[in-house]
Design a protein around this ligand. Structure first.
Ligand SMILES: Cc1cc2nc3c(=O)[nH]c(=O)nc-3n(C[C@H](O)[C@H](O)[C@H](O)COP(=O)(O)OP(=O)(O)OC[C@H]3O[C@@H](n4cnc5c(N)ncnc54)[C@H](O)[C@@H]3O)c2cc1C
Length: 442
């Protein structure tokens, strides 16, 4: 008998979402990630949970509606990680005319089903706070609702759930060879040690490595796919409102400027050169030739539709295994068992229990761990119970939790992915964190 029903190569959002879905349907799953979970594209996203307004111009109404339905699901299952935001879309005389923007947003409101997110509105920027950050000649802007997400924590939350449902998650484990017979035989270099693993099916979820893994590791022709690039420019904070601004570039692309971690603002710019054959909401291919073990390939796409993509991918294996029904749309991710409208109440509850926390600290902790904050803070009565401090916000207790439960091995895993505290941590504290982690026995 093979060691596992499904082996997944790649611990980005696509791979980890497949692991969660499959483990919850009763499959014996192993996921292999050569570095840290979410360390590649999945922590470099525009962080948007949205229907993709620009898709309306391509008449992709069904796709927008499906993505907006996923937005509702994320608000339900990950209320700690996903946050509704108001987006500001200033109208400029040399870009799309205001009537076109207004009609597009009217349609966008109707395609969405989240009745509790405020609808779009027209704003006179000469009198509205949105206008404070804008130069003339913007006169009118439109506001609409969408969401943002902590992308790398979304990966971790999915990984936690997968692991709690029995999936084996291995970081620092590189798959260097996979031979396809009636089962898959994988050669893995796991922290320097060579291992052989067998699995009944394989998923290649290696993002930008998909083609090279197909050719070099699987010895198969690569899928027909094209890469596209996205740029983030992080600058000192330029505006005080909580809106995300959406600017129209002269070539009709959209540029996002978002407030990010309190002290800096970021701009995301999508530069897309998608080739034909690569659906912009991601691609799944399934190869189940007679007598050969099944191969799933899943790549691309945005965060918003990652849950659905994984559900569709795993469903392709249904003819091969007894499997329980689809489940991920209705089951909260770890820490997400509360309503998003009660986020502030959850913050208050946290501050009542751990009275030494400031409002900002409680906001960050609930935004990262949701109702599982107790797993980080334990029975601490005062700040000193949390152990040494690294920078103003990170405690020894949190570092220990992240190492013990969330696969953190190195300072960057914590500073840039489990938290975003790398933005503000002084160099001396970084060094102290490295020394603490090297000596921590968890
Ligand atoms: C250019 C770009 C554009 C994007 N555009 C959007 C967008 O428009 N909207 C949006 O919401 N999001 C966007 N995203 C982010 C989106 O989150 C990703 O597309 C999504 O997370 C897909 O991740 P993935 O799991 O396929 O790949 P990744 O997160 O890159 O994960 C692949 C993983 O495979 C691992 N791996 C590779 N080879 C091996 C091996 N041999 N053994 C073990 N592990 C291996 C890698 O280390 C990596 O961690 C974009 C990201 C990028 C970089």
């Amino acid at each position: 008998m093979a060691d596992y029903d499904l082996a997944i190569i790649g611990g980005g959002l696509n791979g980890i979402s497949v692991a969660r879905d499959a483990a919850g349907r009763g499959l014996r799953v192993i996921l292999l990630e050569q570095g840290d979970l979410g360390s590649a594209a999945s922590s470099a996203s525009p962080r948007l949970i949205h229907g993709d307004l620009a898709m309306l111009e391509r008449w992709a109404f069904l796709r927008v509606r499906a993505a907006l339905a996923e937005r509702d699901i994320w608000l339900r299952i990950a209320p700690h990680l996903v946050r509704p935001m108001r987006f500001a879309l200033p109208a400029h005389s040399e870009e799309r005319p205001p009537w076109l923007l207004r009609s597009g947003l009217w349609l966008y409101d109707r395609l969405g089903s989240a009745r509790n997110l405020p609808g779009s509105a027209t704003v006179d920027v000469t009198h509205h706070p949105i206008g404070n950050a804008l130069k003339r000649p913007f006169g009118t802007a439109f506001e609409y609702s969408d969401c943002v997400v902590d992308d790398s924590r979304l990966v971790i939350a999915n990984a936690l759930d997968a692991a709690e449902r029995g999936a084996v998650i291995r970081t620092g484990a590189r798959c260097v060879r996979a031979d396809r017979l009636a089962t898959w035989r994988l050669v893995v270099i796991d922290r320097g040690r060579r291992q052989v693993i067998t699995a009944r099916a394989l998923a290649n979820a290696t993002g930008a490595w998909t083609a090279s893994v197909a050719e070099i590791v699987l010895s198969m022709p690569p899928p027909r796919a094209g890469a596209f690039q996205i740029s983030h420019i992080i600058v000192g904070r330029l505006f005080d409102t909580d809106n995300i601004y959406v600017f129209q570039n002269v070539d009709r692309r959209l540029v996002f400027a978002s407030p990010y971690i309190r002290t800096v603002s970021g701009a995301n710019m999508g530069v897309s050169s998608r080739t034909r054959g690569t659906a912009s909401d991601g691609a799944i291919t399934f190869d189940a030739r007679r007598g050969k073990a099944p191969l799933l390939t899943i790549f691309g796409g945005d965060i918003t539709t990652s849950r659905l993509r994984a559900e569709r991918a795993v469903s392709k294996l249904a003819p091969f295994y007894p499997m329980s029904p689809r489940w991920t749309a209705n089951t909260p991710l770890p820490g997400g068992d509360f309503e998003w409208a009660r986020f502030e109440a959850e913050v208050d509850r946290t501050r009542e229990r751990w009275r030494f926390l400031s409002e900002a600290e409680a906001q960050r902790l609930v935004g990262a761990y949701g109702t599982r904050v107790a797993a980080v803070l334990g029975e601490a009565k005062e700040r000193s119970d949390l152990g040494p401090a690294f920078g103003p916000e990170l405690s020894g207790a949190e570092v220990r939790y992240l190492m013990a439960k969330e696969w953190a091995r190195f300072p960057d895993d914590i500073l840039w992915r489990r938290t975003k505290l790398g933005m503000t941590m002084p160099p001396a504290d970084r060094e102290a964190l490295g020394a603490f982690m090297a000596n921590a026995h968890v």
